[in-house]
Write a protein that binds this ligand. Structure first.
Ligand code: GLN
Ligand code: ZN
Length: 772
């Protein structure tokens, strides 16, 4: 019999209960016990919900208050030195995730411990806590073994689950070496790690587990034969732990490719593959299984919110059953459902106001149901679930033929794009001269990245406006006052290129989505981003286009208040794409090009309105990079083309800025050069200067503003400290190209620190000018 299975369920709760309870706990409003009770309740609900949808293999151990990788590190006692003196329990775990600061008391000295690093989980917008390993790292299970405890918790409810753990290779490969352990080869820790996995697995077997899901997502990355040999030896050992325990190695987010080679030679019981991202891999993988191994088919998209085309998925399932027999096939979502919202039950507004579109959607709960329907069809024939299949077909057909998803004018415009639309009129050196002649700026011009503090008052006004407690005119008035305040503040600080401050935006992607055609917004489509933070990505369902200008009013108003240049502020097409749920019926590159045309129109309108500096933010261009290096070029081609399409419709004298807030430019230097922006502002305050020389080596020779202070901290950097940084930058960057600015937007900061930090920043630029 084919089995209906799942790899992981969202842990945030249908109405973000976990987030709320965790934050209550942080605020001291609820006790540790109350927090635990809330989690017990939520886990039970999740298990029962999956059971009710008809799944037979339900995951346990997939819950987390903060991050599952953090929990895994703690379970194996991989706890950096600086946290070890803290009492075991939630407080310590949260400290690892968020750092901890406590003022000194009469009896206790002050506590100030930096959090562990956070990183994007593969190509998702979820962030995990990077394990920190030391030389001679010791691994052992503590008194609380989370995976085992949660398995037993489900068992006590009469639910037999499939425990999920992160596999040993991915655990090590996703980690980093602790500061005191420079030069440590992470894989060298495997021999001391494996016995602890063996111990965990045998405890799970004793407790009655039969299948265990071991996640090895690193198998979809570029790998070397040496690393594959480690997978081979590790799984040979782990599979021998208990005859009762069957290991399912789970891969997702991409194709396993030739990394599959070791699977048939190790006695693991099964392999999960992602057939949404990489449907073409089915045959190759089947050919590389042993005679008995099970294949778990990831047929339901765990990364998006659309209903599965059950007809198509069923065909793939049938091919697998034909090749392997039904006892060797599982049906599953492509990856853990962590990356999709919980349930459509609370989407009241979509259900009533956008009934047509609502019918195209499936969140986690509904996806579990799809897995069940597919499984039934495979086991008992399509007739056994005919009604469900028919209803699905109606939705899929309705979506395919809907007049709301295509717009012929947009399609024609896309067809008509010519190479000249992807090029500035002149090359940068000539533009730089023209720009300087048209609107001279002082040397080492100062600017900010766009947003200024989003104060309580701003959030309150927005919420009143959304609730209808103030009308549009009142709200607009309020925003105008905020803009005026922000412009005045920047004039007082004597910054050179000003911004309007983004008071009217609560989210840099949603703000544009709300003003473009082709988007809808959910009420409850939350997914985990990091820690307790959730995001609610806008949904791109149809051809995207701009009907009206989106930012002209605010920008022009801001410019009217000052004789200094006002920088227009837009979100770039790749970032809009990357941070939305994107339609899957046309290629992402096409959606991105549509977004680019919409932004292009806005850029051109800003120029027409007299705005000379225009910034198009692309903080997400790096995270869209494919997981395999052979796929980089194709992505970077269309992604950079989209940026070019959005920014090159202007005169040479218009200064195009872009901004990226990370410092990992490896693999994308060339692409950044090709973006041909006049000014690039990047995060740099925490990284060393070597990346600046790498920029130079790759031929980058335009304006650049490596951040001189970190906006994530309330700390006010001194003049001297920032001046030293700028001086160091000048070793790599010609003076004429250096801009002085913070790392990123200032929206999370308070005005006091912002004023103090920027006062010092301007002083640094002035000192540089004086000594030039
Ligand atoms: N312009 C945006 C801001 O300042 C950029 C945000 C970002 O890079 N994530 O807030
Ligand atoms: Zn940024």
């Amino acid at each position: 019999m084919v089995q209906a299975t799942n790899l992981g369920f969202p842990r945030i709760g249908a109405q973000r209960e976990t987030k709320k309870q965790v934050e209550n706990f942080w605020a001291g409003k609820i006790s540790e016990q109350a927090l635990d009770e809330a989690a017990v309740k939520l886990r039970a609900e999740n298990w029962k919900l999956q059971q009710a949808q008809g799944l037979s293999q339900i995951p346990s151990g997939d819950f987390s208050f903060y991050d599952h990788v953090l929990d895994h590190s703690v379970m194996f006692n991989v706890i950096p030195q600086r946290f070890r003196h803290l009492a075991i329990g939630h407080e310590r775990n949260f400290a690892i995730g968020r750092g901890i600061q406590k003022p000194a008391t009469e009896t206790q000295p002050k506590v100030d411990i930096e959090a562990q690093e956070m990183k994007k989980w593969f190509d998702t917008n979820y962030h995990y806590i990077v394990p920190e390993f030391e030389t001679n790292q010791s691994f052992h299970l503590g008194a609380q073994i989370k995976t085992l405890d949660e398995f037993n918790e489900a068992k006590a409810l009469g639910i037999h689950t499939r425990p999920v753990v992160l596999g040993p290779l991915s655990f090590l490969l996703l980690g980093k070496t602790a500061k005191n352990s420079h030069g440590l080869d992470l894989i060298s820790l495997l021999p001391s790690l494996l016995p602890v996995y063996e111990e965990l697995f045998s405890k799970l077997a004793e407790a009655g587990a039969d299948w265990i899901q071991v996640d090895e997502p690193c198998l979809v990355l570029d790998t070397t034969p040496a690393v594959i040999a480690h997978y081979h030896s590790a799984y040979t050992r782990l599979a021998a732990v208990s005859p009762k325990l069957k290991i399912l190695i789970a891969t997702y987010f991409g194709r396993i490719g030739n990394n599959v080679s070791f699977i048939k030679d190790v006695p693991v019981a099964g392999l999960h593959i992602d057939l949404v991202r990489a449907p073409e891999q089915l045959e190759h993988v089947i050919a590389n299984l042993s005679q008995t191994q099970v294949l778990s088919l990831g047929l339901v998209d765990g990364r998006n919110i659309w209903k599965t085309n059950l007809d198509n998925a069923l065909k793939i399932g049938q091919a697998a059953v034909k090749a392997l027999g039904s006892d060797r096939v599982f049906v599953a979502p492509s990856c853990s459902l962590l990356h999709t919202p919980v349930t459509l039950r609370f989407e009241k507004r979509l259900a009533t106001k956008h009934a047509e579109l609502f019918d195209w959607l499936a969140y986690s709960e509904e996806k579990c149901k799809e897995v069940h329907v597919l499984t039934q069809a495979l086991n008992n024939g399509a007739e056994s679930v005919q009604a469900e299949l028919d209803a699905n077909k109606r939705s899929i057909d309705a979506r395919r033929t809907s007049s709301h998803t295509t717009n012929s004018a947009v399609r024609q415009r896309l067809e008509a794009i010519v190479p000249d639309q992807l090029r500035r009129r002149s090359a940068f050196p000539s533009r730089q001269a023209d720009q300087h002649a048209a609107l001279p700026l002082p040397a080492f011009p100062t600017t900010t990245i766009g947003s200024f503090p989003q104060t309580k008052e701003i959030r309150l006004a927005r919420s009143k406006f959304t609730k209808g407690e103030i009308n549009e005119a009142e709200y607009n008035d309020f925003i105008k006052k905020e803009i005026a305040f922000c412009v005045k503040a920047q004039e007082d600080l004597d910054l050179d290129v000003l911004v309007h401050g983004e008071a009217e935006r609560n989210d840099m992607v949603a703000y544009f989505g709300e003003r473009l055609e082709g988007y809808i917004f959910s009420e409850n489509g939350w997914i985990a981003s990091y820690g307790s933070r959730c995001v609610r990505p806008p949904i791109i369902f149809g051809d995207v286009h701009r009907v009206n200008p989106m930012t002209i009013t605010e920008t022009v108003y801001a410019q009217s208040l000052t004789s200094k240049p006002m920088k227009g502020m837009l979100t770039g097409p790749v970032t809009c794409l990357q941070w939305s749920f994107v339609r899957d019926d046309i290629p992402r590159s096409v959606v991105c090009t549509q977004l680019a045309l919409a932004i292009r129109d806005e850029v051109v309108d800003l120029e027409k309105a007299g705005i000379v500096h225009i910034q198009v933010d692309e903080p997400a261009i790096r995270e869209g990079l494919p997981l395999r290096s052979v796929d980089f070029d194709y992505y970077l081609q269309w992604a950079v083309d989209a940026f070019l399409l959005s920014t090159t419709g202007v005169k040479d004298t218009t200064v195009i800025h872009t901004h990226m807030c990370y410092s990992d430019f490896q693999d994308i230097f060339q692409a950044i050069v090709r973006m041909d922006a006049d000014v690039l502002t990047i995060e740099n305050s925490k990284s060393d200067m070597r990346i600046l020389s790498a920029f130079e080596k790759h031929g980058y020779n335009a304006g650049i503003g490596p951040g001189v202070f970190d906006i994530h901290s309330p700390r006010v950097p001194s003049i001297q400290e920032m001046k030293e940084r700028a001086d160091a930058m000048l070793q790599y960057i010609p003076a004429r190209n250096l801009w002085i600015n913070p790392d990123c937007g200032l929206k999370t900061r308070g005005w006091k620190e912002v004023n103090e930090s920027l006062t010092n920043l301007v002083a640094v630029a002035k000192a540089l000018r004086a000594s030039a």
